[in-house]
Design a protein around this ligand. Structure first.
Ligand code: SF4
Ligand code: SF4
Length: 376
């Protein structure tokens, strides 16, 4: 596993970090045995950075990690968690959440701790409850080693917020699709200017950049038949000089092994490969997918709609053009999980970091699926 020494932290970190929001599940609960096997394999192959959060896996991820990591010496791994800023309703909540997280993670300190999912709206909560001061205080007490925030908003908001306090790092959604299609490049450059190490989330955009239709995949395979589509996205991000750690939410052994191989003797993207990626981006522009990363922050919908599942079915369809599979998968969902249950309450949109107009997109997809059935 390739590592990088970060002078600012005085630490050597693995380039790949384990994102703990996409473990294998059974009946919506973390499959303990299968997930433990993944963590053990990762740790034994030098991947010793674990990134969790209060809300991951319906608030189970921290508890799971607390149990599994207890087998390892605390100083032999890096543990990161995040404050659920949007849940803070009064001052006392902050200390309560933080202490609860330490307890769930079975630790008395976090190596890295972030204010989670900041945007213009949640920044108001940060200011109202002086959350920066809280983090700085915990750092002084030694309960947090490094403080940062994860962010989903415009560059203008980032510039103002990041320069207002003394942060150790920030976490951004960076990948070759968001670089120019969204604000990725300008957000990254802001951190670079502020000399803030960039931790990366969604390097393969929730799986969007890990599989394509055969005609798109061909661009990669013609150049190198042996490497996975996902490895191109990971190497692209790792080639950016201010990127410190790249998080991947690995759900099975195949993904984990492939990612570890990518990050062992890591090769930066060369000019020929960059040209191939630009061609793939042009192809992807044509398919007009929903920009959903599958993060599930919008869940649960109180009316039962399975928003991420519907978007995944749709995006797979747009990438593969397999109409029958898409319509079958959609209509195999429970009736209450389909778009017909959506009451357009808008609650999901308030929680979506990608700012997707969820009810509108759902309706569009439903109509398209009906049309496929009609034409068949
Ligand atoms: S807008 Fe529709 S999908 Fe979103 S939370 Fe409300 S009912 Fe659920
Ligand atoms: S719709 Fe938004 S919040 Fe829901 S899974 Fe997709 S990106 Fe995440």
């Amino acid at each position: 596993m390739d590592k990088k020494h970060i002078k600012k932290f005085g630490l050597t970190l693995p380039r790949l970090g384990y994102g703990c929001m996409r473990f294998p599940t059974n009946d919506n609960k973390i499959d303990f045995a299968a997930s433990e096997e993944l963590i053990n394999y990762a740790y034994n192959h030098g991947l010793n950075y674990f990134d969790t959060a209060y809300n991951y896996h319906n608030e189970e991820s921290e508890v799971f990690l607390g149990k599994v990591l207890a087998d390892f010496k605390r100083e032999s791994y890096f543990l990161t968690s995040k404050l659920p800023v949007w849940k803070v309703k009064e001052t006392a909540d902050v200390e309560r959440f933080f202490n609860e997280q330490l307890k769930k993670c079975n630790t008395n300190y976090f190596d890295f701790y972030l204010l989670h999912s900041l945007n213009q709206k949640t920044i108001k909560i940060v200011e109202k409850y002086n959350l920066y001061d809280f983090l700085a205080e915990k750092k002084q007490e030694g309960k947090i080693k490094n403080i940062g925030f994860s962010f989903h908003d415009s560059n203008e908001v980032l510039q103002k917020f990041a320069s207002a306090h003394k942060w150790d790092f920030a976490q951004l959604q960076i990948n070759y699709w968001d670089w120019n299609e969204n604000d990725g490049k300008s957000l990254y450059e802001t951190l670079e200017k502020l000399d803030l190490p960039c931790f990366v989330m969604e390097p393969v955009r929730g799986g969007f950049l890990s599989s394509f239709a055969p005609n798109v995949t061909k661009h990669f395979k013609d150049y190198n038949k042996d490497t996975s589509v996902a490895s191109w996205a990971l190497r692209w991000v790792a080639s950016l000089p201010n990127v410190t750690i790249i998080l991947s939410g690995m759900s099975n052994m195949e993904q984990l092994k492939d990612n570890i191989a990518t990050f062992t003797d890591l090769k930066p993207i060369n000019n020929d490969e960059q040209r191939i990626i630009s061609t793939v981006i042009k192809d992807l522009r044509k398919i007009n997918a929903v920009p959903c990363t599958g993060c599930r922050y919008c869940m649960d919908c109180q009316y039962g709609v399975d928003i991420p599942e519907i978007f995944e079915i749709y995006n797979d369809y747009k990438k593969t053009e397999n109409k029958t599979l898409a319509a079958n998968s959609y209509f195999m969902l429970d009736e209450k999980e389909r778009v017909g249950s959506c009451m357009k309450c808008g609650e999901c949109m308030k929680k979506c970091p990608q700012h997707i107009l969820i009810p509108d997109e759902l309706e569009k997809i439903h109509n398209e699926m009906l049309q496929i059935i009609k034409n068949n």
